[in-house]
Design a protein around this ligand. Sequence first.
Ligand code: GLN
Length: 454
Amino acid sequence: ITVTDLVDESYKRISEVEDKVQAFMTLDEERARSYAKQLDEAVGTRDELGLLFGIPIGVKDNIVTKDLRTTCSSKILENFMPIYDATVVQKLQQAESVTIGKLNMDEFAMGSSTENSGFKPTRNPWNLETVPGGSSGGSAASVAAGEVPFSLGSDTGGSIRQPAAYCGVVGLKPTYGRVSRFGLVAFASSLDQIGPITRTVEDNAYLLQAIAGGDQMDTTSANVDVPDYVSSLTGDIKGLKIAVPKEYLGEGVSEEAKNSVLEALKVLEAQGATWEEVSLPHSKYALATYYLLASSEASSNLSRFDGIRYGYRTDNAENLIDLYKQTRAEGFGNEVKRRIMLGTFALSSGYYDAYYKKAQKVRTLIKKDFEDVFEKYDVIVGPTTPTPAFKIGEKTDDPLTMYANDILTIPVNLAGVPGISVPCGFSNGLPLGLQIIGKHFDESTIYRVAHVFE
Ligand code: GLN
């Protein structure tokens, strides 16, 4: 098989299903094909091939790609052409994967269904009437639909794991700092991480291998050794200690989701692991804490979109202030505006102590809950989401029930620890996800456990 065959296969599948799934924002076909040719010519002329040699990959559209349109699925960046590549994109080039195109998402990664895209909703390949999850809905749906075998997403509060669960694929949010954020358009900088979405755990380990590592261009990335993830897939989990938070099997979590986790625990027990119930007592504050902090950071991060430096600029401005106002009013969608208003309010003097500062303190308590559990246990296991994918349109009028979707993924971002979602049964013909959460920088153990299910 040649790289050209693989790339052909990818674009062929895209031409067959894309009008239904709508996972891609932009395709990069010409460049991908000529690069494939170049790679095919390289075979046999050198000893070493890149780690992801010839693998077609899709990239979420909030990761900047040189000379390839990057929109964040926002009208305000509709024609934005970056002049540099994100560090992860450079690393993909070193690994010699082939970028097929850019993937649809909730505008600026704010959402849980990809319905907040400024251009089009992506649909769940398992049932086109349901959402693929979000915000990395295009990344998960494209892999589930067989358009690309690998994709990159980003996860601020669940945006890799939740769509992976809804689409029946494998998605990992790495430890905060494991992967460089240089070139990831910032939503909430203290929570954002780029991570791999694939069909199998083994593929996932390869993709993380390619993108992980400290980076001088991102001071929040960590200079921690990157282990060989693939070799951690030993299948041996004898003696492993698993914690199951009672808050993750409690109120609001569907019977099917609960049962699928209990079934998975039986499989792990049969392999020599043990599990016990624990508590993450501050989980109930995670949602409120997250939406305060993430909106605050977003309000600051998004101030750069002013109609002067990037993308869209209004035609109807009367003066400079009016130009800022009109550009932002016309360019941003409703959810983004909602977050900017919330965040600006929480950060304003007089309210800062009551909201932002308090949320920071609660975040520390949530992080400590995880540290306490990880003193005695190797991993934490639970459902990725309380229910499977919901219908398109079902939650668009009610932001609060949309936010509640992330109740089981958000604490992981607040604590900065890594978490994966792997397929784990079905409910009404729709996939469910099992979430496995690990210690800081211990993605290897997560993969080792996840691999048991392959
Ligand atoms: N759904 C969450 C939100 O809307 C998480 C999004 C994300 O992880 N990017 O903020």
